[in-house]
Ligand binder design. Structure first.
Ligand SMILES: O=C(O)CCC(=O)C(=O)O
Length: 298
């Protein structure tokens, strides 16, 4: 269980760091399977439903930005969600009834693995209320040098900033010159393998390129209160489902408690992520094809 001061800190600042979330044996298994996926990506030349390729990916030097939907690809990633402290953290922060929204394993390769430009997840997937968060489980140590997650405390209580480019397309990132963005207020979240960041769906966050010689593996479990229902965006695969698939998938995604057919609606600031960037499929492709301006350019 989280302490009441941790819970208060999360609600006030929009993030927390929790240590020792997964036991070392399970963590080792998750890393082994992750390495097997990275090995398998040597055969891949274009991003697909499983792999999001980074620039410079090749058979000789595999460079992935992401393994997509890892909980659907291998049971060990679902075990990391269910056989760990994640459910208790979710209960403390989102209540008794919680579902997985999506999962992604961001594998920032050594030697320049891509930055994630500053954004609010909420800009990608507005819901009927904002009881959503992302758990970022560190599969390996995350330090200052390998592209750690950064957040701007308190921004989860503010507006949803524009994530649109000058052509009016959704580009999945804010403009670094936005007067409401102040990088000097950023907090960097580092930790030992097995630690987990939790960030609110509306908090501004991003991460620099990985300029170190070791990978940065963070497995994100994005979760929502069962009575938060998507307005638009969400996992692209959720949008493409018919009612039967949608329902079966929702039940499969439940983590604790019961599903809800009565969306809780709240007055929350919303901007829809339309029209889309020319290429979607991942935040990396949306930001690149949408011409997002970088806050990390040197
Ligand atoms: O991998 C990261 O550093 C951040 C990931 C993120 O914010 C995202 O995928 O939406």
């Amino acid at each position: 269980m989280l302490s009441s001061s941790d819970i208060e800190f999360y609600h006030e600042n929009g993030y927390i760091l929790v240590e020792d979330v997964v036991d070392p044996a399970l963590l080792a298994e998750m890393n082994k399977v992750t390495s097997e996926f990275i090995e398998a990506s040597r055969e891949i030349t274009e991003s697909d439903d499983v792999f999001d390729l980074d620039e410079g990916h090749s058979r000789e030097t595999p460079k992935l930005t992401r393994i997509k939907l890892p909980t659907k690809r291998h049971p060990v990633f679902a075990r990391g969600l269910r056989e760990s402290r994640v459910p208790e953290v979710l209960r403390d922060l989102l209540g008794e009834n919680v579902a997985l929204q999506t999962s992604k394993l961001n594998t920032k390769a050594p030697g320049g693995g891509a930055a994630v430009e500053w954004h609010q997840d909420w800009a990608f997937y507005p819901y009927s209320n904002d009881s959503l968060l992302a758990c970022g489980l560190m599969l390996e140590d995350v330090g200052q040098d390998n592209g750690p997650l950064m957040v701007i405390p308190g921004t989860h209580k503010g507006p949803v900033l524009s994530h649109h480019n000058s052509r009016g397309e959704f580009c999945g990132a804010i403009d670094p010159d936005d007067p409401l963005f102040d990088m000097d207020k950023a907090v960097t979240l580092t930790g030992r393998a097995g630690s987990m960041t939790v960030h609110h769906v509306r908090i501004l966050h991003g991460s620099a390129p990985n300029m170190s010689d070791r990978a940065r593996r963070i497995l994100f479990y994005e979760c929502h209160a069962a009575d938060a229902w998507p307005l638009l965006g969400s996992g692209s695969y959720i949008q493409s489902q018919g009612p039967k698939m949608l329902w079966d998938d929702y039940l499969e995604r439940m983590i604790i408690g019961q599903p809800s057919l009565e969306p809780r609606t709240e007055t929350v600031p919303i901007r829809l992520p339309l029209p889309p960037a020319p290429v979607g499929g991942s935040i990396f492709k949306t930001q690149k094809s949408g011409g997002a301006r970088s806050a990390f350019a040197t």
